[in-house]
Design a protein around this ligand. Structure first.
Ligand code: GCU
Length: 836
């Protein structure tokens, strides 16, 4: 009985331990051999207030060492005669133990960590630094890195924030992990436990600020109940040294405050903001500041009153100045009604056009927050030219951990290599080294502030981001914001050890998958700098290249039947290349010097244009899509090689997503290839596009209760057509004679899984059931992309090793549910080694 109970307890512990809630802070026991490592016997935390980061550090040490070594250390506040872990600020340390000069180079938030002497010393320039040092020490222990070290670590830049696009109703814009941890039904949540847990995670990667609400802000955040709520959130985050920030809506004085204006130069408006700011600071004395999106995508702003964006930013800057706050003012300002008929119009020019003349006009506590590229988090963009333009203005880079255009956490895309390219990009301002990473810190233009902000959008899902593997992006963001010099692969491998342990194969497989993932995604989405090619008018998930053009959003590809790409040259195009410093401008002005991967970003060329690789543009598209989709298939095999080496909860969760990604990568491949084949009329030299000998198109099967349905966009269905049941209550049957040679096949069914219904399917051969399934990806993936048959809802299920004889009857029965008419696109009989 007791043994049974113990076993139960253990399994429950294991199960709950691996739900992802602790992310990389699992503090799993070390492999046996190193359990004997001698660790100090006591913890001395030089700070006792329960809300202080040093107190948290003491608690965290206790928890970490208990987990890793199974030992409980004494915390009676005094050093042990043999050895102790001493954690605190450098000042507190000197006060308690006298002079100490080894940590003289400490800068704000920095830490000194030494495990070389008798005691382990973790000393921060401030309390936050002491906590960062603590996490750094625990991370070493948890990774079995036990050799003695002694070093000082300082942040690359002071601002290392995350932005959450949470709405007050609890939804999250571009969030893929369930509802908000911050808001519900119009108000700040009552239970802030999860917020504190998030702050803990962020502190461990040295993030020091969270802007908790959507940049498309809602003024009711400023009501009395919510201000009180902000106080509770800040209280929950304070012990972790994470400061609260909020997004503001520019017209709040009018829409919420009852004034007749929101003109930033109107004294009444100024006074209104000063007053509301004072009220917030009364409850949150250490609030980090404000984030403002103005005059962009329909948001109000100072331009309405013919004031400059600097006038707008400075109005907030003055309000927070006395409180030590800062204003992050977004450079994502553009007109979303530009005329596609105008060859020289270009959204990519907007940031420089709007901000260049304002350089030097922003108050010192304003930071202009610039998305990494000129458009919008695309799979490949050059850095925004604005980084090189603003020399007298503090700037920060905006990145996305949430994979808005990059697979929405249903595809594995490790983003650190993309960020690394941007950070290391040398913009050659005044012909001097001017890496983006040095522009956003004080190094290049000597500005007082600067740094980075990442849109993260965690949700209530226990995994935080909806996918265990997506957490490498959050981890890497924090570590790279602290030190952009780190290598993406090194950061990844630390994360793997912390998240999955020490097995070599686990390390190799996850490293391989992750490092191949961005190139693979680029290959099967948008190549050569043409942008992601996702649907920009609906959810930004599946393929829809046509959606880019002929509208005012300016994410144009200018693809026609003979040519493709944005001409951003000065000589003949939008002039965007000329927004970069001369050395860079020259590179992009000429096709010959433009790298292949940005060719279509800067040039409009025929599909037959030869690349440096020797291929034509169109053949590169075809090949890249086949290559990228093939890589996504290989992720499934790679992942499945880890069965038994990872707890089943996380193994199954990721396995499901890798299979999904493999199927959706094929949807991407075929949709994009079909679209450009159709447009250009140029065949694939390898004869793969439009040639699918293993497929049986559903519309060509004998149908009863099913009818053919022309899918839109057309290229998101094989043969442009799928089948749907004739009504929402009719059961559909589709049958076909199998003409393939007798043998063993993988049987794949491509179908559409819509939000708003959970249709059921059964596939059989000669009335022998091969498989049944439900169209419930919205539950399984936690991601609900579309209410239509399109490139978002298109998906695949595969049944392996199915024995078939020539002449057998294939039958699919579809039972509609809700708005989901059991849609099917095609069935593939795949001989061994073939995926199509
Ligand atoms: C993108 C995104 C929006 C977001 C906007 C922004 O356009 O799709 O959801 O509001 O960027 O960054 O402001």
């Amino acid at each position: 009985m007791t043994r049974c109970f113990l076993f139960l307890l253990l399994t429950v512990r294991l199960a709950t331990a691996e739900d992802g809630a602790n992310a990389w802070l699992r503090y799993a026991p070390l492999p046996q051999a190193n359990n004997n490592h001698s660790i100090p016997l006591s913890i001395v935390a030089l700070g006792n207030s329960k809300s202080s980061p040093v107190y948290t550090a003491g608690q965290e040490l206790q928890k970490g060492i208990k987990g890793i070594f199974g030992k409980k250390l004494s915390t009676n506040g005094t050093k042990d005669t043999s050895s102790s872990i001493v954690v605190g600020t450098i000042d507190a340390y000197k006060k308690a133990y006298g002079d100490f000069d080894e940590a003289d180079e400490l800068e704000e938030d920095g830490f000194f960590l030494s495990t070389e002497g008798r005691d382990v010393l973790i000393l921060g320039q401030n309390q936050r630094g002491a906590l960062y040092g603590t996490f750094a020490y625990l991370s070493r222990l948890a990774q079995n890195k036990l050799s003695p070290i002694s070093y000082v670590s300082n942040p690359h830049a002071p601002i290392r924030w995350v932005n959450e696009w949470d709405n007050l109703d609890g939804s999250i814009e571009r969030g893929y992990a369930g509802p908000s941890i911050f808001f519900r039904d119009g108000f700040v949540v009552d239970n802030v436990t999860r917020v504190a847990e998030y702050a803990r995670l962020l502190a461990s990667i040295r993030v020091n600020g969270i802007v908790i609400n959507n940049v498309n802000a809602n003024a009711t955040l400023l009501n009395a109940r919510n201000i009180e709520g902000l106080g509770r959130l800040a209280d929950a985050m304070r012990p972790f040294g994470v400061q609260l920030g909020i997004s503001l809506r520019f017209d709040s004085p009018q829409t919420f405050g009852g004034l007749n204006s929101y003109d930033p130069l109107d004294l009444k408006v100024d006074a209104w903001w000063a007053n509301i700011t004072n009220q917030i600071y009364k409850r949150v004395p250490d609030m980090a500041g404000y984030l403002v999106k103005a005059n962009s995508e329909g948001q109000p702003g100072p331009l309405t009153y013919n004031r400059t964006l600097a006038d707008g930013a400075n109005m907030f800057a003055k309000a927070v100045k006395a409180h030590g706050g800062i204003v992050m003012f977004r450079a994502f300002v553009y007109d979303n009604h530009i005329n596609p008929g105008n060859w020289t119009a270009d959204r990519a020019n907007a940031a420089v056009d709007f901000f260049q003349h304002l350089d030097g006009k922003f108050d010192d506590n304003v930071v202009v927050q610039i998305k990494y590229g000129p458009i919008d988090f695309q799979v490949r963009e050059p850095p925004s030219p604005l980084f090189s333009t603003l020399r007298k203005t503090s700037t920060a880079i905006e990145l996305q951990v949430t994979q808005e255009y990059l697979g929405q956490q249903s595809h594995l895309v490790y983003l650190a290599p993309l960020w690394k390219e941007i950070f290391e990009y040398d913009l050659r301002v005044d012909d001097r080294p001017s890496k983006v990473k040095d522009i956003i810190s004080s190094a290049r233009f000597n500005r007082p502030l600067g740094g980075s902000a990442a849109v993260v959008n965690v949700g209530t899902n226990m995994t935080w981001l909806g996918n265990h593997l997506a957490m490498s992006n959050l981890y890497a963001y924090g570590m790279m914001a602290w030190d952009p010099a780190v290598l993406p692969e090194d950061v990844l491998q630390d994360w793997i050890r912390l998240t999955f342990g020490f097995d070599r194969q686990v390390m190799n497989v996850i490293t391989e998958m992750s490092m191949k993932s961005w190139p693979a995604y680029e290959n099967y989405s948008g190549n050569l700098g043409i942008q992601t090619l996702t649907d920009i008018l609906y959810t930004h998930f599946g393929p829809n290249p046509a959606s880019q053009d002929n509208n005012g959003w300016g994410q144009w590809t200018r693809a026609d039947s003979t040519s493709i790409g944005m001409d951003r040259t000065v000589k003949n195009g939008t002039g965007n290349a000329g927004q970069y410093p001369p050395a860079i401008a020259k590179t992009y002005e000429n096709i010959e010097s433009t790298p292949d991967n940005l060719l279509l970003w800067f040039h409009h060329v025929p599909y037959t244009q030869l690349l440096k690789s020797g291929k034509t543009v169109i053949q590169h598209f075809y090949d890249a899509h086949y290559e990228g989709a093939a890589t996504a298939q290989s992720f499934v095999m790679l992942w499945q090689s880890l069965k038994g080496k990872i707890d089943s909860e996380r193994y199954e969760h990721i396995n499901f997503r890798q299979m999904y990604q493999a199927g959706h990568a094929l949807v991407w491949r075929d949709a994009i290839n079909e679209f450009y084949h159709n447009l250009s009329g140029i065949p694939d030299q390898a004869k793969r596009v439009r040639n699918h000998p293993y497929r049986i198109e559903a519309e060509k099967m004998a149908l009863s209760g099913y009818k053919a349905y022309a899918v839109s966009p057309f290229h998101t269905a094989s043969g442009y057509t799928a089948i749907v049941t004739t009504s929402n209550s009719t059961i559909g049957t589709a049958t076909a004679n199998i003409t393939y040679a007798s043998g063993t096949y993988d049987l794949a069914v491509n179908y559409y899984d819509l939000i708003g219904g959970r249709a059921n399917y059964e596939v059989s051969i000669n009335n022998r059931t091969i498989g049944t399934w439900t169209g419930d990806l919205e539950d399984q993936l936690g991601h609900a992309p579309s209410i239509y048959l399109d490139g978002h809802s298109a998906t695949r299920i595969t049944f392996k090793g199915v024995k078939v004889n020539t002449g057998d009857i294939l039958k699919i029965v579809g039972r509609p549910d809700g708005i989901e008419p059991a849609p099917i696109d095609y069935v593939s009989f795949l001989p061994p080694g073939i995926v199509d």
